[in-house]
Design a protein around this ligand. Sequence first.
Ligand code: UD1
Length: 284
Amino acid sequence: MASVLVTGGAGFIGTHLCNHLHNKGYHVISLDIQQSDDNPWEVVVADVRDYLQIDGIDSIVHLAAQVSVAQSMEDPDYTLSVNVDGTSSVLAAAESSGVKRVLFASSAAVYGDADEMPITEKSPLIPQSPYAVSKIVGEELCRQSPIETCALRFFNVYGPGQSSSGGYSAVIPAFKKAIAAGMPPTVFGDGTQIRDFIHVSDLVRTIEIALSSKVIPEEVNLASGESTSLIDLLKALEKHHPDMANPLFEDERAGDIHTSIADVTLMNEVFSPGEMITLEEGIN
Ligand code: UD1
């Protein structure tokens, strides 16, 4: 079975991906700056920006990144360093060791606030944050590599194990943590912002298909194609937590995108991931 190196393998998506690929019989190597829990796959603790020596790897899924838009507004240098230098270093290691395919975790953030919804892969790239810039540069580095690469443009991924700690947690774990503590969830802006949420199990299943797919586009949206406003999200959570506190509205975050909904035609054509978990099923 093929060997796959997963950078960021100890993170939220990385742990799900390593587990999924391991269960499917892949030889999995996780590379992460953080030591992970005891897992049955191989683990390398390293910074992606370091000189990486890798041997006998067929494919790489490059997930390691600074993932928060808000953090990138506060510390652009760190975001650019991890996301750009890290990608450059992973590609250099891949090129010198004969890796056949690199799947790069890009983001819906590259589109910014697009004029037309849903967003196709041909929509213009309008970065609104250093995070978005870092992903655009990462994509370009992939395009310039002689290796076969694909930029997987993740929309908003959620699911079990997603961190709720610190000030940069994604919206679903942040809301759930507040509700569990009997505190009001904090909404940045008026709550009308729209996201396309994809459950992590649907995402990792699709990534596995992309590893072995004969046809591989240069870039593709990975999303559910369903739009949900933060107000809708709060209503869905309220069904299971009728006593939850009313949300607290704070100022909109700098760099934030208002509306993000994917056109998933290309994803369905090339990968056929099948039916996806609805947000109602996935959040509880
Ligand atoms: C998320 C991902 C990013 C990914 C992108 C793809 C995280 C931390 N970010 O960015 O890596 O590339 O999707 O679309 O996983 N919000 C609140 N209250 C909170 C937290 C957030 O109102 O407590 C708001 C934000 O201001 C934003 C929306 O919820 O409007 C979503 O925020 P967030 O979950 O951080 O995700 P994105 O910025 O969309």
